[in-house]
Design a protein around this ligand. Sequence first.
Ligand SMILES: C[S@@+](CC[C@H](N)C(=O)[O-])C[C@H]1O[C@@H](n2cnc3c(N)ncnc32)[C@H](O)[C@@H]1O
Length: 269
Amino acid sequence: MNEARFEFGDNWKRYAAHIDETKINESIRGLSTLISPDTIRGCTFLDIGSGSGLHSLAAYRIGAKSIISFDYDANSAECTQAVREKEGSPPNWTVLRGSVLDPEFMSTLSRADIVYSWGVLHHTGQMWEAIRQASRQCAGPGSILCIGIYNRKPVISKLIKGIKFTYVKSPKPVKSIIKWLYWATTILYRLARRKPIVEDIRSYHTKRGMDYWRDLEDWVGGYPFECATAAEIVSFVLPLGFDLIKINPAQSYAGVSEYVFRANAQFRS
Ligand SMILES: C[S@@+](CC[C@H](N)C(=O)[O-])C[C@H]1O[C@@H](n2cnc3c(N)ncnc32)[C@H](O)[C@@H]1O
């Protein structure tokens, strides 16, 4: 794996302490806008790069038949495990530590009706290979592949990559300076565009149950970082044996776009 890495798990551990029913309901709502609850109910669900575990929990609450969640980061996997335990350790929900880029680990996993990987594959250091490996975990024709990938935009995406790389390479005090400079820039940008600030921070949990301050760390530090345009993602995934069902374009300029694909008769795992 790439040497310069953001400690996602540390961030998720701080977030997990604040998971409440409001955030869980927002996560259920977010997942349901991508994949209908009727499709999720009774299916096998694989959450690649589960992070906090909140979205695996959403799949569980909606009624997935079985859930496998895994993450490369030990703290993220621990965090997902803690969320599972808080839910009463359901026997049909398994949490593992592993990498989507590790073929040996991936071969131990059962194939799934829904493969979900939101905001993960672009942080692996080998995004295209990670997308290919994730797609292979689909059980067969009719299975769903749902991925969230950073949208590539001219100039700004390169700048974001540079900021994230500098952040992960810097000592703690410099990290703080970068974080607050970054934050101030986003606030000035919003002020210049006359966009609400306080209200947006307060209502941030409506974005999949996430937390503004934890996501701030993730935006500024989430490295490795890659990104792609919608056209690039679609033209890569369709030949793997999928039809495009839906694209939810990124809500912010170079944010995460969501893609839902369904495996067709050409799909080979
Ligand atoms: C931005 S977080 C997204 C977490 C979660 N999917 C969500 O939507 O909240 C990215 C996660 O991907 C995990 N990750 C990075 N590289 C990975 C890999 N090679 N295999 C599995 N997980 C990985 C990170 O540890 C981190 O928890």
